[in-house]
Ligand binder design. Structure first.
Ligand SMILES: Cc1cc2nc3c(=O)[nH]c(=O)nc-3n(C[C@H](O)[C@H](O)[C@H](O)COP(=O)(O)O)c2cc1C
Length: 369
């Protein structure tokens, strides 16, 4: 399905159009044979577009080739060259997106297979969408619809948590899922470790944002008014952090105003208090060298996050501690991680909170190309 056919489909109206928010079309005059392929993939995309991605960059593009085949591309203008130079975390996001397509295809009676391009790193030196994988649907016995609805319910919670940790049985179940993928998931509810992680995350975030290239790259994805968030449909909306829009805007776009020691101290306290109520942290270690490793990690993380959602629990990743070499080393030393388990690649706080605001997403028609 190319752009011309898809646009014609939209103009004539059809079942796909009904899936596109904000559009109402009259009955379709599109031949059924042409409408069906896009309709099926649009239905899957309407779930997968809710997959998480670093800074909510949503790098995915999908070209429908037939009712059972599509080409997945990524948009290089949405990559994070400074904060994700190896592409590992963006590829985790793409892996999560593919896993959501797979879960969404289950109730339709399809398994999803992905054949990936071999290059480990994404191409940062172009602005043209780049091929990522061929996706194929093959018939299988239909699976239940419950998991699929969790995709739309899942959110990151950066709000106050309520002081509870996950029940031991849930921790064991999540660790067993991670082990099936060859990873180790560990939890700590020791207040000394929780405080150490919350303090380390706060300090590292502020150190990283002192670096102009990191701050400017993140600033591209900061959305500080409801209109901006709703129009751009991507990035990090201040309401999802519980911070005032003006404060967040000034912090990123007028950083010179935040240089004095007392302002930094106050801001540090405000940020640290946003994590109040956290009773537990968790981390993942395991293979993390190649594109295949990152895709596997993404598929696993999506499964773990949906399981938390099923139990009404949330997580909040602390990416800076993982990617900042000094903070990473400090955490490894503090928790005495065994190098034999593989590198630390994810650290989160986890627990229960009020329902966070929903971050925006691109529409199905923004993703189809
Ligand atoms: C690989 C990965 C790393 C992430 N790292 C962070 C992080 O360091 N800090 C943070 O606040 N959110 C982080 N997130 C969460 C995303 O920002 C979030 O998924 C995105 O903004 C969409 O919001 P939602 O999860 O509420 O739908 C990460 C997500 C992914 C997939």
């Amino acid at each position: 399905m190319n752009r011309r056919i898809f646009l014609r489909h939209l103009l004539l109206g059809g079942a796909t159009a009904a899936l596109l928010p904000g559009r109402v079309f009259a009955g379709s005059r599109q031949p059924a044979a042409e409408a069906a392929p896009t309709q099926r993939w649009a239905q899957l995309l309407d779930y997968a577009r809710w997959a998480p991605s670093p800074h909510n960059v949503q790098p995915w593009k999908l070209q429908v080739l037939s009712a059972t085949e599509a080409a997945l591309y990524y948009d290089p203008t949405r990559l994070l060259v400074h904060t994700d130079p190896t592409s590992a975390f963006t590829i985790i996001g793409l892996g999560m997106f593919i896993e959501c397509l797979r879960i969404a295809a289950g109730p339709l009676g399809f398994a999803l297979h992905a054949d990936h391009a071999p290059e480990p790193r994404l191409n940062y030196s172009t602005t043209v969408p780049q091929f990522f994988a061929t996706l194929r649907l093959t018939p299988q016995a239909p699976t239940g619809v419950a998991d699929r609805e969790l995709i739309k319910q899942r959110r990151t919670s950066r709000l106050h948590y309520d002081g509870r940790s996950l029940a031991p049985a849930l921790q064991a179940q999540l660790a067993a899922t991670a082990a099936q993928y060859g990873h180790r998931l560990e939890f700590s509810a020791e207040s000394e470790t929780v405080d150490f992680v919350l303090d380390l995350n706060r300090a590292t975030l502020f150190t990283d944002l002192d670096e102009p290239a990191t701050r400017q790259e993140l600033a591209r994805w900061i959305r500080t008014t409801p209109a901006e968030a709703a129009t751009r449909k991507d990035g990090l909306w201040n309401q999802c952090f519980g911070f005032p829009g003006r404060l967040m805007h000034n912090f990123f776009f007028h950083s010179e105003r935040f240089q004095s020691a007392w302002k930094r101290k106050i801001l540090g306290r405000v940020y640290r208090s946003s994590t109040n109520g956290t009773a537990q942290v968790a981390w993942l270690t395991g293979r993390f060298d190649t594109r295949t490793d990152w895709l596997q990690a993404g598929a696993m993380l999506q499964r773990l996050w949906l399981e938390l959602t099923r139990h009404g629990a949330y997580l909040h990743p602390f990416g800076s501690v993982v990617t900042n070499a000094q903070a990473h080393a400090a955490f490894v030393q503090h928790t005495n991680l065994d190098p034999a388990d593989g590198p630390l690649w994810l650290l989160v706080r986890t627990g229960y909170s009020a329902e966070p605001p929903r971050s925006f997403r691109l529409d199905v028609h923004d993703i189809l190309q």
